[in-house]
Design a protein around this ligand. Structure first.
Ligand SMILES: *Cc1c(COP(=O)(O)O)cnc(C)c1O
Length: 365
């Protein structure tokens, strides 16, 4: 079976480097918020082209702490997409703010600016823009939109590690960029990890306090914070894995090129091309098909795993049916949720795996 992810077949050299990193931490005797975290924060900030990075427990907390560090909370509205990981909206709710759902653009699957404009009210304080599947698009227009309405742009970069648009990296456009290093992400830890990047020193300082009980110096708590710290072992391993990220991203891009050339079945629709090659991290390769359950079963029978990102848009979740939304509805999101299917697209795939996936899709009828 060709899996959606295959960590066990990663290069032996990477495995050795990860084990070396773990050993380094164990021998240091320092496990939480130490030199490894500081070093990886510096590396990630530099990679994203921003001055500050704050390591946190996971991607969801990176969004919640971003909001809180921007003083967004109870009574404030935050516009986002229903076509995202549940964590995006949960983070807004956890910050005490009110999510307002705008629809996606049916071509790109990303948040529609026109729909977001219909969701603006006097209470709107931010847009959480999700770079879905790894795509970074229309950043000039989003920055202008948020500036014009004096609201914050928060980038959910959980799927877009080091994607760049006109020479700037994902996470460097908004007030903050929130990253997840969940194992399946393009840069993934063997566990939970996340990071906030920002160019604003005040926001960086407040975020660094909020992740650690709201503590300024030991035993002094000017803020009601939380415990969302990045630990030393994950940071040390992420530092090693970061060295492989460019090569792994290039491999993802090659796989997508092969899919785009090779998949010729008129029963499936391929994803929209990126605005420029670098403006996509190729986290997920998502096609659409009117006969999705049959396609899924056909792929399975031919040895190809597939997954759905995401089968249930946020407003259809039992606990989120009440959420405010675009008055014209969220029909593009609903349509996409009903037809999208993600094919395996990970750096450990071989040429023969790629060929197997392509012929499995092409033989569907
Ligand atoms: C994975 C993901 C998150 C959440 O990250 P965690 O580290 O799992 O908390 C948030 N948003 C998007 C778009 C994601 O893909």
């Amino acid at each position: 079976m060709i899996q959606m992810n295959d960590f066990k077949s990663e290069p032996q050299q990477l495995r050795q480097a990860m084990l070396g990193a773990v050993q380094r931490v164990l021998e240091s005797g320092w496990y939480v918020l130490g030199n490894e975290v500081i070093a990886f924060e510096k590396q990630w900030a530099a990679a994203c082209g921003v001055p500050y990075a704050i390591g946190v427990g996971n991607g969801m907390d990176a969004i919640e702490i971003s909001l809180r560090a921007l003083k967004i909370g109870p009574g404030d509205e935050v516009i986002t997409t229903p076509m995202t990981a549940f964590a995006t909206v949960l983070a807004i709710l956890r910050a005490g703010a009110t999510p307002v759902l705008a629809d996606i653009d049916s071509e790109t699957t990303l948040l529609s600016i026109e729909s977001a404009a219909r969701c603006l009210t006097s209470k709107t304080k931010a847009v959480v823009l999700v770079h879905l599947y790894g795509q970074v698009r229309q950043m000039g227009a989003w920055v202008d939109f948020c500036d014009a309405h004096k609201i914050n742009l928060i980038e959910d970069c959980a799927q877009a590690h080091l994607a760049s648009w006109k020479g700037k990296y994902a996470g460097s456009f908004g007030a903050t960029g929130a990253f997840s290093f969940y194992p399946t992400k393009n840069l993934g830890a063997p566990g939970d990890a996340g990071m906030i990047v920002t160019s604003n020193e005040e926001v960086a300082k407040l975020a660094a306090r909020l992740r650690n009980y709201g503590q300024s110096v030991r035993y002094h708590h000017p803020e009601i914070g939380m415990n969302s710290r990045l630990d030393e072992i994950q940071a040390a391993i992420l530092g090693e894995r970061l060295k492989w990220l460019p090569e792994f991203s290039e491999r993802r891009r090659q796989i997508v090129e092969s899919y785009k050339k090779g998949i010729l079945n008129p029963m499936v629709r391929l994803p929209a091309p990126p605005e420029e090659p670098s403006a996509h991290a190729y986290h997920l390769f998502v096609l659409t098909c009117e006969h999705r359950p049959e396609l899924e079963a056909h792929l399975q029978k031919n040895g190809v795993q597939s997954l759905i990102h995401y089968p249930i848009p946020i407003h259809k979740q039992t606990c989120c049916g009440y959420l405010a939304r675009d008055r014209r509805g969220l029909t593009n999101s609903e349509k996409h949720a009903a037809t999208c299917l993600s094919l395996p697209c990970h750096p450990q795939m071989t040429s023969s795996d790629i060929a197997t996936v392509i012929s499995a899709v092409n033989s569907f009828s």
